[in-house]
Design a protein around this ligand. Structure first.
Ligand code: NAD
Length: 343
C-alpha cells in the first residue's frame, strides 16, 4: 500500500508517518505538507533516512498539485489543517480555506484517482459542548461553537459526502485532545510546560473549569491505523481516552511535574465560546476495531515534560510566534441620518 499523508510534518501527522514507516507492509509514504508555522521537517527526524519516504512541500489548497501528488497512492490519511482554536478566533477565513476547501481538493483528487482508503482526521470539538454525564456517540448532532470546530465539522461532512456521492471509501476519526512530544508550544500542555521551565507565569481562562479528555498521540495514531486498515467505508469512529480533567486539575499536575506552585498561575477572562466540556463514547472503535488507549496519563505527561526539558532547540524558536489577541466586538451605532430614504 502506498499512503499519502497530509500534514505529516505537524504534531500528530509526524508521529503517524513514523508509525507507517515502521510497518513493513507499507510500501511507500508520501508526506504532503505546506510547512506553515505549525509544520516542521525536524518533527520527521529519522523518517527522512527512509528510502520509503517522499516529502512534498505544498498545500492542499492547490487543486492541481493534489491531482499530481495523488497519482499512484492507494490510501490517504488527511491530517493537514489549521488546528489552533485561539488563532481561529481572529483568522477564521484561513481555517475555512484549509480545513474545508483544502479537504474538498483532496477528496476530488482521491475520487479522480480511485483511492481505495481515505481517512479523514476530525475532532471531538465538532460535537460542541456537552452536559455533565453525556458522552457523544458518532451519530450525535454536530454543534461546533468556534470557527476551528466549525471548519472541521464542514471538512468532516465534505469528506463523508464523497462516500455517499462517489463511493470514495472515506472513514472519519474524531479524537479527543492529544498530547505528547513535538506538539507546537502554543497548545496548553507544551505552553504551560515551556513557560514553567523558564520560570514564567501561566494563565488559566475563567476559573479553569473547562473539561478536556486527554489522549496520548501514540494511542491516537494506533487508532487511526486501525481505522485505515480495518474501518468500514462511510463510518465515523470516535477515538477517546479515559482521562477527563478540568484545566485547573491539569495545571496542578503540570505544576507538580515542573516543580512550580500556584504563584505561577494567573486567571484571565475566559475566551469567547470556550466550550465547558467535551466527552465522547468510543465504544464503537473498541468493539469493532479493538481500539484501546494504553498509555498511562501520569507517565505520559512526565515523559512529555521531559521531552520539552531535553529539547529546547525544538520549541524555543517557536515561542515567539504569539497568537493574535481576540479583538473585542465593537458595536457601531447606526447614523440614522445617512440611512437611505424609502420611497
Ligand atoms: P498541527 O497544527 O500540529 O499540524 C498541522 C499540519 O498541517 C502542519 O504540519 C501544517 O504545516 C500542515 N498544514 C496546514 N495547512 C496546510 C495546507 N494548506 N496544506 C498542507 N499542509 C498544511 O496539528 P495536529 O495537532 O497535528 O492535528 C492534526 C490533525 O488532527 C488536524 O486535522 C486536527 O484538526 C486533528 N486533531 C488534533 C487534535 C489535537 O489535540 N492536536 C485533536 C483532534 C483532532
Amino acid at each position: 500500500m502506498k499512503v499519502l499523508i497530509t500534514g505529516g510534518a505537524g504534531f500528530i501527522g509526524s508521529h503517524f508517518v513514523k508509525r507507517m514507516l515502521d510497518a513493513e507492509d507499507i510500501e511507500h509514504v508520501t508526506v504532503l505538507d505546506a510547512l506553515t508555522y505549525a509544520g516542521h521537517r525536524a518533527n520527521l527526524g529519522r523518517a527522512f533516512l527512509s528510502p520509503r519516504l517522499t516529502f512534498v512541500h505544498g498545500s492542499i489548497c492547490d487543486a492541481g498539485l493534489m491531482h499530481e501528488v495523488m497519482r499512484g497512492h492507494q490510501a490517504v490519511v488527511h491530517f493537514a489543517a489549521e488546528s489552533h482554536v485561539d488563532r481561529s478566533l481572529t483568522t477564521a477565513a484561513t481555517f475555512v480555506e484549509t480545513n474545508v476547501c483544502g479537504t474538498q481538493n483532496l477528496v476530488d483528487a482521491a475520487v479522480r484517482h480511485g483511492v481505495e482508503r481515505f481517512v479523514h482526521v476530525s475532532t471531538d470539538e465538532v460535537y460542541g459542548p456537552l452536559l455533565d454525564g453525556v458522552a457523544a456517540t458518532e451519530d450525535f448532532p454536530l454543534r461546533p461553537t468556534v470557527p476551528y470546530a466549525a471548519s472541521k465539522a464542514a471538512g468532516d461532512l465534505v469528506a463523508r459526502s464523497a462516500w455517499h456521492t462517489y463511493g470514495l471509501p472515506v472513514m472519519v476519526t474524531r479524537s479527543s485532545n492529544n498530547y505528547g512530544p513535538c506538539q507546537h508550544p502554543e497548545k496548553i500542555i507544551p505552553l504551560f510546560v515551556t513557560r514553567l521551565l523558564r520560570g514564567e507565569k501561566v494563565t488559566l481562562h475563567g476559573q479553569g473549569q473547562h473539561v478536556r479528555n486527554w489522549l496520548h498521540v501514540e494511542d491516537n495514531c494506533a487508532g487511526v491505523e486501525l481505522v485505515l486498515r480495518r474501518g468500514n467505508p462511510g463510518e465515523v469512529y470516535n477515538l477517546g481516552g479515559s482521562t477527563a480533567l478540568t484545566t485547573k486539575e491539569l495545571t496542578s499536575l503540570l505544576l507538580n511535574i515542573c516543580d512550580a506552585d500556584w504563584d505561577a498561575v494567573t486567571y484571565i477572562e475566559d475566551r469567547p465560546s470556550n466550550d465547558l466540556r467535551y466527552a465522547m463514547d468510543w465504544s464503537k472503535a473498541h468493539k469493532q476495531l479493538g481500539y484501546q488507549p494504553v498509555r498511562d496519563f501520569g507517565d505520559g505527561l512526565k515523559e512529555t515534560a521531559s521531552w520539552y526539558r531535553d529539547n529546547p532547540d525544538r520549541w524555543a524558536p517557536l515561542t515567539t510566534s504569539a497568537v493574535p489577541a481576540v479583538p473585542s466586538l465593537q458595536i457601531v451605532p447606526l447614523n440614522t441620518s445617512q440611512e437611505p430614504q424609502h420611497v
